[in-house]
Design a protein around this ligand. Structure first.
Ligand SMILES: CC(C)(COP(=O)(O)OP(=O)(O)OC[C@H]1O[C@@H](n2cnc3c(N)ncnc32)[C@H](O)[C@@H]1OP(=O)(O)O)[C@@H](O)C(=O)NCCC(=O)NCCS
Length: 196
């Protein structure tokens, strides 16, 4: 494998890599448990908050001209209403919390330390923004869902090793079209937190 290049972009500069970011998200999130029938149109709307926030970060992984992975973050105060809602309902101040969007790597690029690096870089970015808590949410699908692969290993151990813990009181809904569908449907998203 050729050497990989990491590119960090912030705020409006993320626009220059928007299609690459969208395409790698669509490719990875087709799989369980996301089952996302992604479109560039949905991605443009979803990613808009990152372009608008001067304190956002996107890290893209390039193998030559191919984007093979990415991660994003922004202050929760700049994130979408779905991400903010459970924190507001629970009485948390938004202004000390950093929100992690996603970590995605195409399968051949997993298991070589990039996922850990994504967490380190986002936590460093949160600290640089003066934020004290990092938060992300994860989709919860029914245990008996027919599309669940028999050999699926959840990310829980990976996240726990990074110091994150589930916050069962913080649950929201994100809407996207499942594979084969054209209409978005709500999915329960459960938050995990870490105090820096
Ligand atoms: C989650 C993901 C980004 C992790 O990236 P990665 O580069 O494979 O992870 P790393 O190589 O940095 O893994 C570091 C450690 O965690 C372990 N690990 C990686 N994924 C794991 C998982 N799902 N469950 C348990 N441990 C895991 C590795 O074995 C490794 O262990 P070690 O420190 O003992 O060597 C990647 O697997 C991925 O893109 N998955 C699909 C998308 C996804 O689920 N994203 C998360 C939600 S947005």
């Amino acid at each position: 494998m050729r050497s990989l290049r990491l590119q960090s972009l912030t705020g409006p500069d993320i626009a220059q890599a928007l299609d690459a970011l969208a395409d790698v998200r669509i490719a990875v999130f087709r799989d369980w448990p996301y089952l996302y029938e992604g479109t560039r149109d949905y991605e443009t709307k979803y990613l808009d908050v990152y372009l608008r926030s001067p304190r956002s970060l996107a890290v893209l992984v390039w193998d030559g001209a191919d984007c093979v992975g990415a991660t994003t973050t922004l202050p929760l105060a700049d994130a979408g209403a779905e991400a903010q809602a459970p924190f507001l309902a629970a009485g948390h101040a938004l202004d000390e919390i950093d929100y992690f969007g996603e970590s995605v790597l195409l399968p051949p690029y997993r298991g070589r330390g990039l996922g850990v690096k994504f967490f380190e870089q986002r936590e460093a970015h949160a600290r640089a923004n003066g934020l004290r808590v990092c938060a992300f949410c994860s989709v919860v699908r029914p245990e008996q869902h027919p599309a669940k692969p028999a050999d699926y290993v959840p990310n829980d151990a990976f996240w726990t090793h990074r110091g994150y813990r589930p916050a069962p009181e913080l649950v929201t809904q994100f809407a996207w079209p499942d594979i084969g569908e054209t209409q978005s449907t709500d999915k329960p998203m459960h938050f995990w937190l870490k105090r820096l």
